[in-house]
Ligand binder design. Structure first.
Ligand SMILES: [Zn+2]
Length: 281
């Protein structure tokens, strides 16, 4: 029989994290699998409390959200093993997964056909496109060119591992994680990934902020909801606003709203960016 414990990641307070880490130390899982941000929170807790000598699973498998670099590095340090990112969905099952080369995701071509499109056209290798999925196995409920709501970059490279399955370079996140930014030079709206290290995540993670959520209300308005950490000052707010302006231009209204707690979304995910504007259509 499979030995599995399932830990709910809806609320991850320090008390619950402690309980989970103690449970995992007793259980000694061979594989740890979970939402990227939830596993990251457990990993951060393990490192903070010095529990990193106890848990050495064979691998950590993350899914369901963009695996930011900081997530990957923290999880690898805390668990002492490699992280493999997996891309799948409830509707169609396995879509793509990393191999030991970590040079992209092998598409489960026996299960799905993936297309990457922008404004109705296939994008070239290495460009961001909205993912359309055709499922090859589900005859009861066909999904044909189904817009699953994710963005990815196709790749025409061949992986050194020797697997023949085609590669996608990266999963860029949900369509809704892309900001619509008006590019003055081009004279049109372009998609900008909020997971790109320079724009939000990299900067916000180095400020004394516990948690944050960024909401693009309209083409020219962004709201940042944040939980202040120890040592946060007005200077940090000024720095943040100036930094975002550098990327998004002067015409954007940036509001920062401080809260005591950010509840996870109804799905349990903790996506850091939510947008009401789709730059791919
Ligand atoms: Zn490979």
């Amino acid at each position: 029989m499979e030995r599995v414990i399932v830990l709910d990641s809806y609320v991850l307070s320090d008390d619950i994290l402690e309980k989970y880490v103690l449970l995992m130390r007793r259980f000694k899982p061979e594989i740890v699998r979970g939402y990227a941000s939830s596993v990251y929170m457990v990993a951060k807790y393990i490192l903070e409390k010095g529990f990193d000598d106890y848990l050495h699973p064979k691998a950590v498998i993350t899914s369901a959200e963009s695996l930011l670099d900081v997530y990957r590095h923290t999880i690898e340090r805390a668990f002492g093993c490699e992280v493999f990112d997996y891309y799948g969905s409830r509707e169609v099952g396995a879509i793509a997964a990393e191999c030991e080369e970590h040079c992209g995701y092998h598409i489960s071509a026996e299960n799905v056909v993936l297309e990457f499109v922008r404004e109705g056209e296939h994008v070239s290798s290495g460009e961001s496109g909205e993912i359309l999925i055709t499922n090859l196995r589900n005859f009861g409920m066909p999904f044909i060119r189904y817009a699953i709501g994710d963005v990815g970059k196709p790749s025409d490279e061949v992986c050194a591992c020797g697997r023949g399955l085609p590669l996608m370079k990266s999963i860029e996140g949900r369509v809704s994680q892309f900001m619509a930014v008006y590019d003055k030079k081009l004279g049109r709206v372009i998609p900008v990934s909020t997971a790109a290290p320079g724009l939000f995540s990299g900067v916000l993670m180095h400020l004394p902020i516990e948690e944050f959520r960024i909401i693009q209300e309209s083409l020219n308005k962004v709201i940042i909801k944040a939980v202040k950490g120890r040592g946060y000052s007005e200077e940090h707010t000024k720095f943040l606003i100036n930094h975002i302006r550098k990327y998004l231009g002067d015409n954007i209204i940036i509001e920062i709203e401080f809260v005591d707690y950010l509840p996870p979304l109804p799905s349990g995910k903790r996506t850091v960016f939510i947008s009401n504007v789709n730059p791919f259509q």
